[in-house]
Design a protein around this ligand. Structure first.
Ligand code: C2E
Ligand code: MG
Ligand code: MG
Length: 601
């Protein structure tokens, strides 16, 4: 953000003028370079400046090295002696002014000669100021401060937008190029958002410039807030660092860059969050404005490999989107556009899916290894989509979490599973358990105990028949909270299972504390059986661990006879998998269980 503190800050690093809060002028961090053939002189000047609080010095007593050093160090100000052997201060000034990189570096010329000729000559060569030798400490300090302050002011004029204080296009593009050059950038995606807020221009045309400026300032603050969100904040927006992430690119145009994004889903989520934040109404004096922003999004790698090519892609996308007036977010890549459209559409349809009776439960039998009897079923949700057909949970559960629909879907699943299985019992079927998966957000929400109580009460299903499946990552995230929740569920009489065991990280000491009844070994471990001895040894260890903690152990994803033989031999209690049956609709599941009951009779 723009720092307006150039002149106001005391040069003394201690107290401010009121003698209260410590305030250090940013000028004191400027790099001061000295070129003088007399070491005593450079030491003296450095001491004076250090007394004032300056810390950053580059010194040479050999003027032949000066040009190279200047290019490397890029100082904020150069103190240059005019009379030096081999290369004079005049020679150096002339060389600097001929160099595009060094042309605008401010130079204070140190000269014992009071001759008007040499002063004029130095001025003609572009010297910024003079300082007479012997050096007067107060004059030195003031001249250095003034020169640096003017330089910073000039840089600000060149690099920042005066209305919002945001960096301008020039600084922004330089920052993006730097981000792209960072080696770690290759790990994730970098998204560049080109954002048009037409109301900024409309307000200037229809109301006045101050009102338009006020809106631009609000947009700027909202973008800054977004860019300051930590990496964990859903979309993976990065924590702020020194490089500018937000910029004003034109009267109605802003830029935002977000890097280290996990995948294209994170880019889409980010875009939606930016759109939502900027679309909030803005109250300006007597006007309420509801901005309708247009976003163009370009992603690296893919849509460009430099700031300018990425900007071009993002701007083009934004213009295209606005012209078509179809979507407020337009991606430079056609695939991302399709993905985002699909997700947006799907999201809005998912909202009403439960009400429209489009959710279904399929059940996968859980079988006793010893006798092949179905001892329970796992309820797995599906979405009967009017166009896309039966959709598996992997395609909509994450989306439901993003959209805050977890509790609606989660409660429906619990109620439906309890209702359906209680109905089977009423129709005379023997008692079997039903396992329900819950999502992390249901665990975090804190009312799962209540939801379970209600589902059991409404359906009449005995609590002992209900199994709640939790995963390792849910449990390890907030151990005290989970422990409380699990104890509550246990007090109702519900069975608790740890699902997909082995895919997350479990601390054994915690695992011991949790009141778990069942351990389900993830199917990725079973898929390798019977194979190398290490795989078998691993599964054997997990089974022994489960048993030693008093849990029954279920193998998930058993697909072959050989796998079944292996898990049986290793001591598993129950199994699920395509070998016995895939998840099936309730009617088919009922038939399966009934046919076993008939055999048993
Ligand atoms: P999960 O709880 O581990 O469920 C088992 C998944 O493995 C199911 O996929 C099932 O179809 C699949 N599966 C079963 N046997 C085999 C096999 O032999 N081979 C292979 N390759 N796969 C097998 P599904 O139904 O797609 O569910 C995926 C995941 O979605 C579930 O994993 C669970 O984590 C989640 N899920 C399902 N229903 C719900 C729900 O109602 N709520 C929540 N929060 N998550 C759910
Ligand atoms: Mg499960
Ligand atoms: Mg599982």
């Amino acid at each position: 953000m723009m720092n307006n503190d150039i002149w106001s800050g005391s040069l003394h690093p201690g107290l401010d003028e009121a003698g209260t809060s410590p305030m250090r002028s940013p000028l004191l961090d400027a790099k001061v370079m000295m070129v003088d053939d007399e070491p005593l002189m450079t030491e003296l000047i450095q001491t004076h400046l250090e007394d004032e609080g300056y810390t950053n010095f580059v010194v040479t007593n050999d003027p032949r090295q000066a040009l190279e050093l200047l290019k490397r160090e890029k100082p904020g100000v150069l103190l240059l002696d005019l009379m030096m052997p081999q290369v004079s201060g005049f020679d150096l000034l002339a060389a600097m002014r001929a160099d595009s990189e060094l042309r605008y570096t401010p130079v204070i010329v140190l000269t014992a000669s009071t001759g008007a000729d040499s002063k004029l000559r130095a001025l003609r060569l572009g010297a910024t100021d003079f300082l007479g030798k012997p050096v007067d400490a107060s004059e030195l300090v003031l001249r250095v401060r003034n020169t640096l302050a003017f330089q910073q002011y000039r840089e600000r004029q060149v690099n920042f937008d005066q209305v919002t204080g945001l960096p301008n296009e020039r600084l922004f593009e330089r920052a993006i190029d730097m981000l792209l050059a960072r080696p770690e950038q290759r790990n994730g995606l970098l998204a560049l958002f080109s954002i048009t807020v037409p109301e900024c221009q409309q307000l200037r045309e229809s109301v006045d410039r101050p009102t338009a400026n006020a809106l631009a300032a609000v947009v700027a603050r909202r973008l800054e807030r977004l860019s300051g969100l930590g990496a964990d904040a859903a979309a993976g927006l990065r924590a702020p660092d020194a490089s500018p992430r937000v910029a004003r690119l034109g009267e109605q145009m802003f830029g935002l860059v977000v890097d280290d994004l996990r995948d294209t889903n994170a880019v889409v989520t980010c875009a939606k969050r930016v759109l939502a934040a900027l679309s909030e109404p803005v109250l300006l004096d007597r006007h309420e404005v509801v901005p309708v922003p247009w976003l163009g999004v370009a992603v690296a790698p893919g849509d460009g490999d430099s700031a300018s090519t990425l900007r071009q892609s993002a701007d083009l996308a934004a213009t295209h989107g606005r012209r078509q007036a179809t979507a407020q977010i337009t991606f430079a890549s056609p695939e991302l556009n399709a993905q985002s459209y699909h997700r947006l559409m799907l999201g809005s349809q998912l909202r009403g899916a439960a009400q429209r009776d489009e959710l279904r439960l399929h059940y996968q039998p859980k079988v006793d290894v010893a006798n092949g009897h179905i001892v329970g079923v796992e309820a797995l949700v599906r979405w009967q989509h009017p166009e896309h057909g039966l959709m598996p949970p992997g395609r909509f559960i994450p989306l439901s979490e993003e959209l805050g629909l977890t509790s609606i879907i989660g409660e429906w699943v619990l109620e439906q599973a309890c209702r359906e299985v209680a109905g089977w019992a009423r129709s005379g079927l023997r008692e079997i358990s039903v396992a329900v998966n819950v999502s992390k957000l249901q665990v975090v929400a804190g009312d799962l105990g209540q939801v379970v109580r209600r589902a059991l009460f409404d359906s009449g299903l005995p609590a002992r028949q209900l199994v709640i499946e939790l995963t390792e990552s849910m449990l390890m995230d907030d151990v005290p909270h989970c422990l409380g929740l699990m104890n509550d569920l246990k007090s109702i009489g519900v069975t608790l299972a740890i699902d997909d065991f082995g895919t997350g990280y479990s601390s054994l000491s915690y695992l011991k504390k949790f009141p778990l009844d069942e351990l389900k070994i993830d199917r990725s471990f079973i898929a390798d059986l019977p194979g190398r001895t290490t795989d078998t040894a691993l599964v054997r260890t997990v089974i022994e661990l489960g048993h030693s903690l008093g849990m029954t152990v279920t193998a998930e994803g058993v697909e072959t006879d050989a796998q079944l033989a292996c898990v049986t031999q290793l001591g598993c209690d129950t199994f699920q998998g395509f070998l016995f049956e895939r998840p099936v609709p309730p009617q088919r599941c009922l038939e399966l269980i009934s046919s076993q009951a008939a055999i048993a009779c």
